[in-house]
Design a protein around this ligand. Structure first.
Ligand SMILES: C[S@@+](CC[C@H](N)C(=O)[O-])C[C@H]1O[C@@H](n2cnc3c(N)ncnc32)[C@H](O)[C@@H]1O
Length: 761
């Protein structure tokens, strides 16, 4: 092409990065001939660089229409459609390019990346291998292939792939990190460290390398060196997630966690990891304010009358970590709960004007609303708070004005949505952000849920007597009252399940790409939201008995911006009435609350597509010994399953000597909120099972055991040490033996995956 033709001049501008001028030049050409395929294609690329993806796609499509399906154009169209999230169109375009030019390596690479995105690991690896056959030296494809091999469990192939990339491009930090992470994961920590250090010698300020090195050093217990590397990471890139997480862990282990760090960590959006919450609680309990209040209270012996005006008390009430803890999640520590209970009582009964404590009271109100007012309450407090509630309601009817402090104090004892005139509070202009938040949580959101109940569709009727009783429990106490959507990786079912159970990579499975999921007994939607986030391109049907739970679920799902979950009220026993079949069914913490768990499981099993998977959670007889002891204690003492009864039972359990079998329930997070505590020790219906029993049921249901979702990799290691001849961790007789010797293994519940095997047997 002559260098002075208009298209050549436009292309030269384009190559020089002068995009605006190139765009103008292409548009000039198109003004002369609107069907100039070359100009259209190149203009499309300029628009894509400008992130105007839709216009870019239109231009490239036009170029194909007028100039024919040239492989490069199809490839560019594929990449553009991928960027736009239209994976079907992208795949068609890449495959179109390859039909015309089977040796066109970029299209193989593009297709490989796309298939990986779709979670089709084996197909993605095959496409990348094709790409490398035609362009053997492409470092990006080599790197992608190595990391894909690591992801699919082919560690040897991955290692040699990373090493090849590094042989050609020694400064490829992503390859060094991939190699180092792989070495660390396969137990070669020293080699991993060497790999990171070698890369760092060429690129000493690379935050990803520093974070990887820090993690590796931390895991090896070299905490001081780890801290240096991780602090350096965050100095270079303050929001580096791997750096943050590992620095936090390292500081906790070396007992060097400072308040600044904790404060920043607790301000991260999303759920607070238990490790961080425990560290924060510990930190608060070390403060002079906390210690002095505990001492004063114990010395005075009159917990209702603490001196909250003293300097240490003021310091405690204003402590920023305490405030964050109160707002972010449930405080699951008995000592801190007791002190907060005493402080609350002292404010209500002993402080004339608590307006200087408004911020603390708002935090306490958030905490108490979220734990559903589980703290102990004396008769004197109940009387005082009933009078305060009546006064506030009267003010709100127009005869005066309630102060924010009065409302916040009330909200720390009773949910504001119970006030008859609550809407008047929303009409006030709340200037204080913390105060506005309690109004939203305690009035606007519950009102929204009440309205949502009407829109929830119902499937069948609820006639079974146990289902009716169970429903009543969860209408009163929807479980669990969660706040933040879980942090999970969004993956295809194939990647998620082969990640959990690597042996499935060799199994004959027809992996669903856009799975249809049933969550049976979804409660308040934490589980359905988790599934929607976890399984790529999934659409979910989630059912439960309790309308209050479903309304909470709908509101939180909307809040999380997830649109692929339909909620419906249904008894599992009546789900046979729907004609749909599912790629995945999850039912955890549900079947053991039915009169006949196997009958419920049978109904669900019939809704499974051939070869499809099911995730089940069932209580373990061995794992729940302390809970059984607590249930027996509660029954023997005659505590009632009412809010007052549950509050009293908690206090009594908390007072038991530490070696009492029932006392251990206070170590469980579920002890610290009304709905979870009720669920744990006051449930109207509970079955507990053994592995042997589950195994029998699996045979009866023609379901094959896939594996347990374990709470810690330590369990898997201990099991493998004991039973090395079961590398797939699937032998239920072995697991039964293992559990007998390690009764805490399934303390939460048995959480496991099974699969339809009727077709294959
Ligand atoms: C402990 S909660 C678990 C909620 C949820 N699966 C989770 O893990 O967060 C048990 C839930 O199962 C529901 N449930 C119990 N029996 C049921 C039945 N027969 N049909 C539908 N849902 C049921 C209850 O209403 C309750 O919301």
């Amino acid at each position: 092409m002559a260098s002075n033709t208009p298209i050549a001049r436009a292309l030269a501008l384009h190559k020089a990065g002068r995009l605006a001028e190139a765009e103008a030049a292409y548009r000039e050409l198109l003004a002369v001939d609107g069907r100039d395929a070359r100009a259209l294609h190149l203009l499309g690329l300029v628009l894509l660089s400008k992130k105007d993806i839709a216009a870019g796609i239109r231009c490239i499509r036009d170029s194909i229409e007028y100039g024919g399906p040239v492989p490069q154009r199809l490839y560019d169209l594929g990449s553009a459609c991928r960027a736009a999230g239209d994976l079907d169109a992208a795949e068609t375009a890449y495959r179109g390019a390859l039909d015309r030019a089977p040796t066109f390596a970029p299209a193989w690479s593009g297709l490989g990346g796309l298939l990986r995105q779709r979670g089709r690991l084996a197909a993605a690896i095959a496409a990348l291998e094709q790409s490398l056959q035609h362009a053997p030296d492409d470092p990006r494809t080599c790197l992608q292939l190595a990391s894909l091999r690591a992801e699919s469990g082919d560690f040897e192939g991955a290692e040699s792939g990373y090493r090849e990339v590094l042989a050609r491009a020694p400064r490829a930090s992503a390859a060094s990190i991939g190699l180092g992470d792989l070495l660390a994961r396969t137990g070669r920590a020293a080699d991993a460290e060497a790999a990171y250090r070698k890369a760092l010698s060429a690129d000493p300020e690379n935050p990803d390398l520093l974070a990887a090195l820090g993690e590796c050093l931390s895991a090896a217990g070299r905490l001081a060196e780890a801290e240096t590397a991780l602090r350096r990471t965050l100095a270079i890139q303050p929001g580096h997630v791997r750096g943050w997480f590992n620095l936090g862990k390292t500081l906790i282990e070396s007992d060097r966690l400072d308040e600044e760090f904790l404060d920043a960590w607790l301000s991260f959006p999303g759920p607070t990891p238990p490790l961080v919450r425990a560290a924060a609680i510990n930190h608060v309990k070390q403060t002079p304010g906390y210690r002095s209040l505990v001492q004063d209270r114990d010395a005075a012996g009159r917990p209702g009358h603490m001196d909250l005006e003293s300097a240490p008390a003021r310091e405690f009430l204003a402590h920023r970590i305490l405030h964050r803890l109160l707002r972010r999640g449930i405080v699951d520590d008995l000592d801190l709960e007791r002190l907060l209970t005493d402080v609350r009582r002292s404010i209500l009964l002993g402080v004339d004007d608590p307006s200087s404590m408004l911020d603390f009271l708002c935090g306490l109100a958030e905490q108490c609303f979220h734990n559903e007012y589980v703290f102990a309450e004396s008769a004197q407090e109940s009387g005082a708070i009933d009078r305060l509630a009546a006064r506030v309601d009267e003010y709100l009817s127009g005869s005066g004005a309630a102060t924010a402090t009065e409302v916040a104090l009330l909200a720390a004892y009773r949910p504001l949505h119970r006030l008859v005139n609550r809407r008047a509070l929303l009409e006030q202009r709340a200037v204080d952000e913390a105060y506005a938040r309690i109004l939203r949580q305690q009035i606007a959101e519950p009102d929204e849920e009440r309205a949502l109940v009407e829109a929830i569709p119902r499937i069948g009727t609820i006639d079974d007597p146990v289902s009716r009783e169970v429903r009543a429990q969860y209408e009163e106490n929807p479980y669990p009252r969660w706040r933040y959507p879980p942090r999970v990786e969004n993956r295809s079912v194939e990647v998620a399940l082969t990640g959990l159970f690597p042996y499935l990579r060799q199994a004959d499975v027809d992996w669903p790409e856009a799975p249809r999921v049933l969550v049976a007994g979804c409660g308040t939607g934490h589980q359905s939201v988790m599934s929607a986030l976890r399984f790529r391109d999934s659409s979910i049907m989630a059912v439960d008995l309790s309308l209050a739970s479903l309304a909470y679920a709908s509101r939180k799902t909307r809040e999380a911006g997830i649109g692929r979950i339909e909620y419906a009220q249904a008894d599992i026993l009546r789900l046979g009435e729907i004609d749909e079949r599912f790629d995945l069914i999850e039912s955890t913490g549900v079947l053991h609350h039915m009169a006949d768990p196997l009958a419920g499981w049978r109904v669900l099993r019939r809704l499974l597509k051939p070869g499809a998977f099911m995730k089940i959670g069932l209580y373990s007889e061995h794992g729940r010994r302390s809970i059984v002891a607590a249930r027996e204690f509660v029954a023997a003492e005659g505590f009632e399953s009412t809010p007052d009864g549950i509050r009293e039972a908690r206090q009594a359990l908390g007072r038991l000597p530490s070696d009492h079998p029932a006392r251990q329930v206070a170590e469980r997070p579920d002890f610290y909120a009304m709905s979870t505590c009720r669920d744990m020790i006051f449930h109207v219906q509970e079955h507990r099972l053994t592995i042997g029993q589950i195994n029998e049921w699996l045979h009866e249901l023609s379901l094959e055991f896939v594996g347990f979702e374990l709470t810690s990799s330590r369990i898997a290691r201990a099991y493998l040490e004991r039973f090395p001849d079961d590398p797939e961790l699937r032998n239920l007789d072995y697991w039964s033996e293992f559990e007998k010797d390690n009764p805490g293994t399934f303390a939460g519940m048995y959480l496991f995956w099974v699969r339809d095997c009727a077709q294959r047997s």
